[in-house]
Design a protein around this ligand. Structure first.
Ligand SMILES: [Ca+2]
Ligand SMILES: [Ca+2]
Ligand SMILES: [Ca+2]
Ligand SMILES: [Ca+2]
Length: 275
C-alpha cells in the first residue's frame, strides 16, 4: 500500500525556517552598521594619510602652510612686510581647516563630508628650505629643557600631558559625541584654541574624533640629512654629526631613550570601541 503523498511543510518545519531566518536577519542588523562604520573609519584613516601631503609641501617649500580659515581651501597667510620674506608672515589662525587647494588635494573633507581640521606650529610657517632643519633642531632642543608652550600648537593626551607639535590633522569622526561644537569633540571643538586632543586620546562615549600629530623630530628625521650639520645630533653636539650615535642621544630615526621627544606620527583610532 502506497502512503499518501506529503504536500507542503509541517508547522514544525515552517517554525524552524522562520527561526533561522530571524537569526540571520538579527545577525545582519547587528553587524551591518558596524561594518559600514568600520569602512568609514578605514576610509577616513586613508584620507588622513593622504593629507599628509603636508610633508610634500614642506619638502617643496621649506615651511608649513597656514590653516584655511575661510573655507576656500587656500591657506590664510598674512604678509606683514615683504612678500618674498616669510619671516614676517603670520597665519590668520594657527588652527583652521586643511588648506587642500594650497596642498594640491582635491578635497579637504572626510568621509562624512566634514572639513578636516588642521593646526600648525607658528614658527614653522616662517621657515625656508635653507633654515628649516636648523629651526626644527633648535625647537627640539628647546623643548628638551623647557615645558610645552601653551600659546602654540600642542596636543594633550589621555593622561593630561601636553606637548607641542609641528602640525596636527583631525577628522571630527562620524558623530558629535559630546553634544557640543559639531562633529569635533572635547578640546578639538574649541575654536580657535591651539590645544587639540591627539595623540592617543581614547575613543569613548563622548569622543570619536580621529587625528594625526606630527612631531618636530619626525620632520627633522624625514627632511634633514644626517651629517648635514642641521640634524638634531649635530646641533646638540655643536658639531656635524658623523652619522654615528656617538653621544648616546639623537640620530635620525633612532629610538630616543630619554623620552624627551614625542616621536613620529600617532594615529588615534580604536575602531573596536566605535559605535
Ligand atoms: Ca583660505
Ligand atoms: Ca612676508
Ligand atoms: Ca566627533
Ligand atoms: Ca562635538
Amino acid at each position: 500500500m502506497i502512503s499518501p503523498k506529503k504536500n507542503g511543510f509541517t508547522l514544525i518545519e515552517i517554525t524552524v525556517v522562520m527561526v533561522i531566518v530571524g537569526i540571520i536577519i538579527s545577525i545582519i542588523a547587528t553587524t551591518l552598521p558596524f561594518l559600514i562604520q568600520s569602512n568609514k573609519t578605514r576610509d577616513t584613516r586613508a584620507i588622513l594619510k593622504m593629507v599628509d601631503s603636508i610633508q610634500g609641501y614642506i619638502s617643496a617649500n621649506g615651511r608649513c602652510p597656514c590653516p584655511d580659515t575661510n573655507n576656500d581651501g587656500q591657506e590664510n597667510r598674512v604678509d606683514n612686510g615683504t612678500a618674498a620674506d616669510f619671516t614676517d608672515d603670520t597665519c590668520t589662525s594657527y588652527v583652521g581647516t586643511i588648506p587642500h587647494r594650497t596642498l594640491g588635494i582635491a578635497s579637504g573633507e572626510d568621509v562624512w563630508h566634514n572639513l578636516v581640521k588642521c593646526g600648525v606650529y607658528e614658527d614653522l610657517i616662517k621657515t625656508t628650505p635653507s633654515n628649516l632643519c636648523t629651526t626644527l633642531a633648535s625647537i627640539i632642543l628647546f623643548y628638551t629643557s623647557s615645558p610645552y608652550a601653551p600659546a602654540k600648537l600642542h596636543t594633550t593626551d589621555f593622561s593630561g600631558n601636553s606637548s607641542n607639535q609641528a602640525y596636527v590633522i583631525i577628522s571630527g569622526g562620524g558623530k558629535n559625541k559630546d553634544g557640543a561644537n559639531g562633529f569635533f569633540d572635547g578640546k578639538n571643538g574649541a575654536v580657535p584654541s591651539v590645544q587639540l586632543e591627539v595623540p592617543d586620546k581614547i575613543i569613548d562615549a563622548v569622543y570619536d574624533d580621529m587625528g594625526r600629530s606630527v612631531s618636530f623630530s619626525y620632520l627633522n628625521a624625514n627632511h634633514c640629512t644626517e651629517g648635514s650639520c642641521a640634524d638634531v645630533e649635530s646641533i646638540r653636539c655643536g658639531n656635524c654629526d658623523d652619522g654615528v650615535d656617538n653621544d648616546g642621544h639623537l640620530t635620525s630615526m633612532e629610538i630616543r631613550p630619554e623620552g624627551e621627544i614625542t616621536d613620529t606620527i600617532v594615529d588615534t583610532f580604536n575602531p573596536g570601541l566605535r559605535t
